[in-house]
Ligand binder design. Structure first.
Ligand code: HEC
Ligand code: HEC
Length: 389
C-alpha cells in the first residue's frame, strides 16, 4: 500500500496551488498594480522600449541609408551562393519573423542549430547561439562562406558584382571603391552592408511596454488595461521564478552564456545533437581573422575589442548558450538552440518544472511581449530607404 499513498500524496503536492505570495495591500496600493514595490522596480528595468539607435563603431557604414539599401538587396540575393538559389532569406524569412519554423536549419546541408530571428541585434555583443562572432558583420560573412549555408566564396561574390552593374554602382557609392578591386575586402564590406540592414530589424512596442510605461507614470487606468494573468506572470518573472537573472534589461537578454541543464533542473527532452555551445564559439572566435581585434574593425581605438581580448577559453564554457531575447518569442517557435521544443509553455520551463498555473501566467506575460507586426514583418523598419543609384 505504501507506494500508492506516497504517489497520491506526491500528486497532491504537485497539484496544490503555487505559492505566489501576493504583495501586501499597502504595497499594491503604492504601485497601483499586482506588483510589490520591489517587483515594480525590477519590472521598470525591462524597458523603456524601443532603445535609442546608435551606430556600431566597428562598422563605418552602420546607419547609412545607402548601405542599408545595399544590405537589403544582398540579403535576398541568391547569387552569392555556389548553387545560385540559397540566400539569407531562405532561412531568415520576413513573413516568419525572420526565422524558418524548422527545428534545425537546412541550407545545402543540415545545421545542428535553430535559426534565430534577427531582431534587435544591436542590443547584443556576441552573435550566434555560441557567440562565434563578436560583431554583426562578422556573423553575416560566416553564412556566406559556410558550405552548409550559401557555400559562397570570394569568386561567387566577385561574379555577382561583375554581372550586376547596378549593384556594383551601389557598392561603389557606399564604399567609394570598386567591388572588384580587392575581393577579400569586398567580402568584409558585403558583411558590413548586410549588418547595416539587419540593424534596422527592430521590434516595435508591445502591450508589456505600455504597461511598463504606465507603471513609471503611475497611470492607474492604463495599468488596468494589461491582463491580470500577464501581471502575475510578470511578478513571477522578476520575482520568485528568477527569470530576470538572465533574461534582463529591455531586450530580456543579458547577452551572455548559460548552461540551462544541471543539478535540480528537469530535463525537457534530451538535446538532439551534442553541441559545445560557448566553448566551441569562443574557441573559434579567438583565432578568427575577422574578430574585433583584427584589422577589419573600423574603430581605431579598439575599445570594442577588449571583451574578445579578455575572453578565456576553458571547458567551463562547454554546453552554454546565449540567453535569447524574449521579445516576439511567442511567434518564433520552435525553441532552444536545437529547436527541440515546439511549445512555449515547455520552453519557458527550461530552468525548473513549475506548477501549471504559474506556467500559464508566465506564458501570458511572454505573449504580451509580441509587437503589432508579430510574425509577418515588413521588409525593413528603416524610416526611409534610399534607392541605389
Ligand atoms: C541554412 C539556413 C541559414 C542561412 C541560409 C542563413 N542563416 Fe543566419 N543563421 C542560421 C542559423 C542556424 C544560425 C545560428 C548559428 C549559430 O548559432 O552558430 C544563424 C545565425 C545568424 C546570425 C546571428 C544571430 C544572433 O542572434 O546572434 C546572423 C546575424 C545571421 N544568421 C545572418 C545571416 C545572413 C546575413 C545570412 C546571409 C548571408 C544568413 N544568416 C544565412 C541559419 C541560416
Ligand atoms: C540561468 C539563466 C536563465 C534563467 C534563470 C532563465 N533562462 Fe530562459 N534561457 C536561457 C538560455 C541560455 C536559453 C537558451 C537555452 C538553449 O538554447 O539551450 C533560454 C531560453 C529560453 C526560452 C526559449 C527562447 C527561444 O527563443 O528559444 C524561453 C521562452 C525562456 N528561456 C524563458 C524563460 C523563463 C520564463 C524563465 C523563468 C522561469 C527563464 N527563461 C529563466 C537562460 C536563462
Amino acid at each position: 500500500m505504501r507506494p500508492v499513498v506516497v504517489t497520491v500524496l506526491w500528486g497532491l503536492v504537485a497539484m496544490s496551488p503555487p505559492v505566489v505570495a501576493k504583495p501586501p495591500v499597502a504595497d499594491r496600493l503604492a504601485t497601483g498594480s499586482e506588483l510589490s514595490v520591489d517587483e515594480r522596480a525590477r519590472a521598470l528595468s525591462l524597458g523603456p522600449w524601443p532603445p535609442a539607435r546608435r551606430a556600431d563603431p566597428s562598422n563605418r557604414v552602420s546607419g547609412r541609408p545607402q548601405a542599408i539599401e545595399l544590405g537589403r538587396r544582398l540579403f535576398r540575393d541568391p547569387r552569392m551562393s555556389s548553387v545560385g538559389y540559397v540566400a539569407c532569406v531562405t532561412c531568415h524569412q520576413p513573413d516568419r519573423a525572420f526565422t524558418d519554423t524548422k527545428a534545425r536549419a537546412h541550407g545545402l546541408a543540415d545545421l545542428p542549430r535553430n535559426t534565430p530571428a534577427l531582431f534587435d541585434l544591436r542590443q547584443q555583443r556576441w552573435f550566434g547561439w555560441g557567440g562565434s562572432s563578436d560583431s554583426l558583420w562578422m556573423a553575416s560573412i560566416r553564412p556566406i562562406l559556410d558550405p552548409r549555408e550559401l557555400d559562397g566564396s570570394l569568386a561567387t561574390i566577385t561574379r555577382l558584382f561583375t554581372r550586376d552593374e547596378e549593384l556594383a554602382a551601389c557598392y561603389r557609392r557606399v564604399f567609394g571603391v570598386s567591388p572588384l578591386r580587392q575581393p577579400g575586402r569586398t567580402a568584409v564590406n558585403v558583411g558590413k552592408a548586410l549588418a547595416a540592414f539587419q540593424e534596422t530589424l527592430v521590434t516595435g512596442r508591445t502591450p508589456f511596454d505600455d504597461y511598463r510605461d504606465a507603471l513609471a507614470r503611475g497611470d492607474r487606468d492604463a495599468l488596468a488595461a494589461y491582463p491580470a494573468a500577464a501581471q502575475r506572470g510578470l511578478a513571477l518573472f522578476v520575482g520568485a521564478a528568477g527569470c530576470v537573472r538572465c533574461h534582463r534589461g529591455p531586450n530580456l537578454s543579458d547577452g551572455e552564456f548559460h548552461a540551462t541543464r544541471g543539478a535540480g533542473v528537469v530535463e525537457i527532452a534530451a538535446p538532439v545533437v551534442s553541441d559545445g555551445g560557448r566553448f566551441d564559439g569562443a574557441r573559434s572566435l579567438k583565432q578568427h581573422p575577422l574578430n574585433l581585434t583584427g584589422r577589419f574593425n573600423d574603430d581605431a581605438s579598439r575599445r570594442n575589442a577588449s571583451a574578445t581580448q579578455r575572453l578565456v577559453v576553458n571547458t567551463a564554457l562547454q554546453g552554454r548558450f546565449r540567453t535569447p531575447s524574449l521579445r516576439n518569442v511567442a511567434v518564433t517557435a520552435p525553441y532552444l538552440h536545437d529547436g527541440r521544443v515546439d511549445d512555449l509553455s515547455l520552453a519557458l520551463q527550461h530552468g525548473a518544472a513549475l506548477p501549471a498555473p504559474q506556467v500559464a501566467d508566465l506564458r501570458a506575460f511572454l505573449e504580451s511581449l509580441t509587437d503589432r507586426d508579430g510574425e509577418r514583418r515588413p521588409w525593413s523598419s528603416a524610416d526611409r530607404l534610399t534607392p541605389c543609384p
